[in-house]
Design a protein around this ligand. Structure first.
Ligand code: ZN
Length: 274
């Protein structure tokens, strides 16, 4: 699933290609991709809108449009936004095409069909459940400590909980916990001040590094121009397979389920007791 670094990369790479352009229309191949309003209203209201700017909140990509409207996209498990793929055919996984002025076309491709679009005048009504953004200046170790206080859930689950902190998913939670040397099953409230500080700096470090590498193409993630991201080449534990050894201590990396999410960690570097 695309996480914060992947959505940020998509935003950065689409920005120069779409901002300022008018949406001439949208072709929907599968109406279920529109969550709000109805598909017909979506098609009529979006036509003629100019894209004023792009933004990201958590894993949501927001196209700010004129007329105080916003097109919000969530790629979920397997969605991607592609600028006019080489083959001019839509392909069977293309769920929508956004036709922009100047001949630019944006394909919403999504094999698993979990991806969603909203057209709304009230962005907060879609994204209001989200916790703080981890890469903004006012996300301090104190803010993270506050979010984890009194929480008995495993820290891995808390990091993936979008209402606790926005944008982190399975891959970057595993990488941040490894970097901070914290076992994924530790409860949020059990972390010491020192551990919360380490985790805070680890979160920012792994997310910034992944943005620098244009995201991780481990599953279906692909950049708008069709290129892959390379962030996964730097993963220390995430998506490692059985038998692979920890790059720091040489212990075999383990995979355990945490709230049904496959979780990779190093039992040597991330002991269960601090
Ligand atoms: Zn290790």
């Amino acid at each position: 699933m695309p996480e914060l670094p992947e959505v940020e990369t998509i935003k950065n790479e689409l920005e120069p290609r779409v901002v300022g352009r008018v949406i001439n229309g949208v072709t929907l191949f599968w109406g279920g991709i529109v969550r709000q309003p109805t598909a017909n209203e979506f098609l009529s209201r979006i036509r003629g809108r100019r894209i004023l700017g792009l933004a990201r909140r958590g894993k949501y990509l927001i196209f700010n449009l004129d007329g105080d409207e916003a097109l919000i996209v969530h790629l979920k498990m397997t969605g991607s936004l592609l600028l006019k793929p080489d083959s001019s055919e839509a392909g069977k996984f293309t769920r929508a095409i956004i036709h922009l002025g100047g001949g630019t076309e944006l394909y919403f491709r999504d094999p698993r069909k979990f991806g969603v679009m909203w057209l709304t005048e009230d962005v907060s009504s879609v994204v209001n459940e989200l916790g703080p953004e981890p890469l903004v200046a006012d996300f301090t170790p104190e803010v993270l400590a506050q979010r984890l206080k009194n929480r008995s859930a495993p820290i891995k689950a808390l990091l993936c909980d979008q209402s606790v902190i926005a944008g982190i998913g399975n891959m970057y939670a595993d990488e941040a916990l490894f970097t901070a040397k914290i076992h994924p099953l530790r409860s949020g409230k059990s972390l010491s001040c020192d551990e919360v500080e380490r985790l805070h700096s680890a979160i920012q470090k792994v997310l910034w590094a992944a943005i620098g590498n244009k995201g991780a193409s481990v599953d279906s993630y692909i950049r708008p121009g069709g290129e892959l991201g390379t962030a996964h080449y730097e993963f220390q534990v995430a998506h490692r397979l059985g038998g692979e050894l920890c790059p720091l201590c040489g212990s075999p990396i383990e995979r355990i389920p945490v709230r049904n999410r496959g979780t990779y960690f190093c039992p040597g570097c991330q002991p269960i007791k601090a």
